[in-house]
Design a binder for this molecule. Sequence first.
Ligand code: 2NL
Length: 364
Amino acid sequence: MNLASFTLYHLPPTLTSYLCGMEQVLRQIETYRKEIENFSISSPQQLEDYRIRFLGTKGIVKNLFGEMRSILPENKKEFGLVLNEFKQFAEARYEALKQSSASDQPSTVNDLDLSLPGNPVEFGSRHPISLVRNRIISIFQRLGFSVADGPEIEDDWHNFTALNLPENHSARDMQDTFYINQNPDWLLRTHTSNVQIREMQKGKLPIRIICPGRVYRNETISARAHCFFHQVEGLYIDENVSFADLKQTLYFFAQEMYGKDVKLRFRPSYFPFTEPSAELDVSCFICGGSGCRVCKQTGWVEILGCGMVHPNVLENCGIDPEKYTGYAFGMGIERPAMLLYQINDLRLFSENDIRFLKQFTSAV
Ligand code: 2NL
């Protein structure tokens, strides 16, 4: 079947609209054929453009086959032959263009200039929060603690109930805690104690773990408050663990962290999950205790909270409080990091500003 047999070429374009459906489509095919013959490409994108325009699922060839509906029954066979021929023509041209673009690829051997400088690999640096966290971890590892971690999305029981927090405790307030809309029982953990709870539930004793991680509170973000921050909590459970063990462990930690000459002060406090509870102050590591801006002229800086694990918490996790006792403590990482590196705005930790981060390249 040859298109020329329809001898439509000499008809002026203005007459096209008067032509019957089949003749009109045949004219169109001729125009497309010219376009295909003249199509040249200089990039893989143009090859793809060709494919989409002519051979794509919404392309010209597909559309032309759709025109079959408007062709008179007696012409359908003939029209089908023309279309098939046109389709093969468009496909053959695509293959030819593809071949030519493949052979246009630069030869990797000849075009490689080995004298060009390489792409520099820039050194990054540890984040200041990681630096302080690692320092805390390594001190406790030397005392035989191992690192444990757990989920940041937690259920109410592991974050609050198991820790002896009453149903109406203010920490459970929507104002303080991020709840997950999908399920009112889920929340973003407000401390890493959920990790210790999960370890205790495993039932393998003794336990001596350190739990670093990110925690979340529903706070308005400012230089001094953020909706997430970092904590390290510790837990030691065995037979005959006493408050004296807690004091000596924290004394070793404070000496390693803040210097051999550091003095300690335990102040009575209250947490629902420990009894008795205390807050630990160290003599100010900036002024040595004589009074400065950091210690607000008191000579003391609060570094952590601690206490003996409440018997209800042990029981909640299936541990017999008559046989086992334990201590726990928790500290924030941001505050010591700010003091150590003289950072005055909490928001700098999470802005990913390279000018801030690269100042810690040589820090340890
Ligand atoms: C603080 C005080 C504290 C704990 C955390 C704890 C965990 C379990 C059981 C008992 Cl599973 N206690 N953790 C205990 C006392 C204090 O954190 O000021 N953190 C920043």
